[in-house]
Design a protein around this ligand. Structure first.
Ligand SMILES: [Zn+2]
Ligand SMILES: [Zn+2]
Ligand SMILES: [Zn+2]
Length: 89
């Protein structure tokens, strides 16, 4: 873990990984995604900020679940939307 992590990231003891490599909301809506992120509070896998729908960011705000992990292979990092904090694990 690097410097500058927030309390939300510090509280994570086991990183939740994607169950399925698809954005749950994009699958329902029939929209495209770019990269996938997994919510560390509920395990939902949703799309990144480069994706048109930004479902992970919307979920973080709507559900109050600020921390996501990248679901992409070889990207072991966590990000907190609330604090704009980033940490590799
Ligand atoms: Zn935080
Ligand atoms: Zn999506
Ligand atoms: Zn969530």
């Amino acid at each position: 873990m690097s410097d500058g992590i927030c309390a939300h990231i510090a509280a994570i003891t086991a990183v939740r990984q994607a169950k399925r490599l698809e954005c749950e909301e994009c699958v329902k809506a029939g929209t495209e995604w770019v990269h996938l992120r997994t919510c560390q509070a509920c395990g939902a896998t949703l799309c990144c900020d480069q994706s048109p729908s930004q479902h992970a960011r919307k979920h973080a705000a709507a559900a109050g679940h600020p921390v996501i992990a990248s679901s992409e292979p070889g990207e072991p990092w966590l990000y907190c939307f609330a604090d704009d904090a980033f940490a590799e694990y």
